[in-house]
Design a protein around this ligand. Structure first.
Ligand SMILES: Nc1ncnc2c1ncn2[C@@H]1O[C@H](COP(=O)(O)OP(=O)(O)OP(=O)(O)O)[C@@H](O)[C@H]1O
Length: 506
């Protein structure tokens, strides 16, 4: 029996069938003369004797590709099933078929239905769809935004080749627009009809989702918009952190499949108050060596990804430090407690965001419970004044770019940011070894890595004329700012419904 390479089990229904169900006659139908289709534990089981009746299994052209079902028997993981339809005389099954390493493309199987099975077919089709989609919304309405200049400039082609055929096969409704200028997605977010779509799909890096979120935040009914519309991305930029965290891959077709099967997941968002502005952040804020290595090396773009490493090493060798005053509303500061919190959250059943949002209709952004950066620091915040910080990095997601799981304990909806502080005087060798520890998943436990879970913090740079502060990879002015988390204000489409696709801290 040939086996389609499995991407993932349908998450919430994988355990609803047992092996003994495999041959439960309720889940088996006969099609053509000699094909049986059974619903197994986590896959559609197809058993066919092709030679006996060459017309039973047909080759169908789908989205320009001819599928060839040369093998008489195969298994298709439920996760890969995109659509199933039965007419009076035919049954059609569309699924994501593995082409190359991580590239999938839709393919169709079509069978002739036997009159004798007619009564069974309708409920069999619905059962297969339930197993294929679990709690994921079917036929999502997607507002697709393409940044034609994202990453290396291939977003338009990547979408057309790897994502559009999958969305079409899965019966998603698509409304596509290409951005024409920087800031365009802010306007598109601000003016979107929140009842017309289920998700905004950015074919871009992390810059476009940041703009869309901040456009939605400008709406008078911002909370309603952010709970109704999920924000997600097809990885077409350089960093693509959102895709790594939600789907654990940089493959456009696999992400398209994960969006089709995506579970509506409450996502914490942070308000950044600076001067008299308030912006939303979904990913991270950084001050010190990380912000400088990223934003301060723009003139070295010709180096490609190496510019970050180069910028990092130059500053590391100089042992640069970044004086500042920091204050935090600490929720947890012991690594043991953070690990326990992570495990307890992981083991809980996900609470998915309902389609259509919930009870936020008409509501604007939540008020700032800790005030703005111009208010007094709340009396119960912990204060630290330091001249020697090398890196202050706050994460709302775990993975910052491929292989950089910097915040392993980060959770989408726990109402806390993970804040990491590392002293800049710990020594060059120690700093370098930390870089490799991130890749090996050993970073969290390094004693010199201070980790706190906070629900708010303030940072005031000191004794420097100018410098870099990064919010979601974008530069903001070099002046004091305050961050406050809003639990579950946003919505994402994730694979698990409550976790990032990152190795946890334990
Ligand atoms: N048509 C356009 N012309 C110029 N800039 C655009 C256009 N559309 C979007 N942008 C801008 O491109 C910026 C970067 O977008 P994006 O994150 O998609 O790509 P990227 O190349 O991966 O960037 P990054 O280096 O931030 O990862 C966004 O901030 C957005 O304002």
């Amino acid at each position: 029996m040939s086996t389609e390479s499995s991407t993932q089990k349908s998450p919430l229904l994988a355990d609803t069938l047992t092996d003994s169900d495999n041959f439960n006659s309720n889940f088996v139908i006969k099609v053509g003369k000699n094909v049986t289709l059974a619903l197994g534990a986590d896959a559609l089981l197809i058993h066919a004797i092709v030679d006996a009746d060459p017309k039973v299994v047909k080759n169908i052209q789908c989205c320009g590709l001819w599928t060839t079902e040369s093998s008489p028997s195969q298994e298709i993981p439920f996760y890969n099933i995109l659509a199933v339809e039965a007419s009076e005389s035919t049954l059609s099954i569309k699924y994501a078929k593995l082409l190359l390493k991580e590239d999938y493309s839709p393919s169709t199987l079509q069978y002739i239905l036997n009159g004798g099975e007619a009564t069974k077919v309708e409920s069999w089709v619905e059962r297969l769809l339930e197993l294929a989609y679990g709690d994921a919304q079917r036929n999502k309405r997607l507002r697709v935004l393409i940044n034609p200049y994202g990453g290396k400039g291939y977003a338009t082609d990547l979408y057309a080749q790897y994502a559009a055929p999958m969305f079409e096969a899965a019966g998603c409704k698509i409304d596509l627009e290409t951005t024409t200028h920087s800031g365009h997605a802010i306007d598109l977010g601000e003016n979107i009809d929140v009842d017309a779509y289920d998700a905004v799909v950015c074919c871009s890096g992390d810059g476009l989702p940041y703009e869309v979120l901040n456009g939605l935040a400008k709406k008078p009914n911002a909370s309603e918009a952010l709970t109704k519309l999920a924000i997600t991305m097809l990885p077409c930029g350089s960093g693509n952190a959102l895709a790594w965290n939600l789907y654990g891959t940089n493959s456009v077709s696999l992400v398209a499949l994960a969006i089709i099967k995506g579970l509506r997941t409450p996502l914490d968002l942070a308000s950044i108050s600076q001067g008299n502005t308030r912006t939303l952040s979904f990913l991270s804020q950084s001050y010190g060596i990380i912000a400088e290595s990223d934003l301060g090396t723009d003139h070295l773009r010709w180096m490609g990804a190496a510019r970050f490493t180069y910028g990092f090493l130059v500053r590391l060798i100089a042992q640069k430090t970044y004086p500042c005053d920091v204050a935090f509303k600490v929720e947890m500061d012991q690594k043991k407690d953070i690990k326990e919190h992570y495990l307890a959250y992981k083991n809980k059943k996900p609470e998915l965001r309902p389609v259509g949002g919930g009870d936020q209709v008409g509501k604007g952004l939540p008020p700032l419970k800790y005030g703005t950066v111009d208010d007094e620091v709340p009396s119960d915040w912990e204060k630290v004044s330091t001249d020697t910080i090398g890196n202050l990095y706050a994460g709302n997601m775990a993975i910052m770019s491929a292989d950089v799981n910097f915040f392993p304990a980060s959770l989408p909806g726990d109402g806390m940011m993970d804040l990491v502080m590392i002293d800049g005087t710990i020594g060059r060798m120690k700093s370098l070894s930390m870089m490799t520890a991130v890749e090996k998943g050993q970073f969290f436990d390094i004693p010199e890595v201070e980790v706190r879970k906070v629900s708010g913090y303030r940072l005031i740079p000191r004794n420097q004329g100018d410098g870099y502060i990064s919010v979601d990879g974008e530069r903001i002015p070099f002046s004091p700012f305050q961050v406050e988390i809003h639990q579950g204000l946003g919505t994402a489409l994730s694979k698990s419904g409550h976790l990032y696709e990152a190795r946890g801290p334990c």
